[in-house]
Design a binder for this molecule. Structure first.
Ligand code: SF4
Ligand code: SF4
Length: 68
């Protein structure tokens, strides 16, 4: 099963990963603030991930790791 993890404190909350995910399962966590002061990206439904890695490819700060 695909597994997506985030180096959360490096996220700048730009939302690029959220926009590119074909399954629409990434969000900016409105209830969380990381060390940089941003709402970090997170995955809401790991089971729907198809491990396409579009999110990891798009992220300018290499926050996301996708494992198959
Ligand atoms: S690997 Fe693909 S399906 Fe999974 S969270 Fe990233 S963009 Fe979405
Ligand atoms: S693309 Fe990277 S920096 Fe931007 S919100 Fe997603 S994880 Fe955070």
């Amino acid at each position: 099963m695909a597994k997506v993890t985030f180096d959360t404190d490096r996220c700048k909350g730009c939302g690029l990963c959220v926009g590119v995910c074909p399954r629409k399962i990434l969000v900016l966590a409105k209830d969380k603030i990381n060390k940089k002061g941003h709402n970090p990206a997170e995955i809401v439904d790991q089971d729907k991930c198809i491990a396409c890695a579009f999110c990891a490819t798009m992220c300018p700060d290499c926050v996301i790791t996708v494992e198959k």
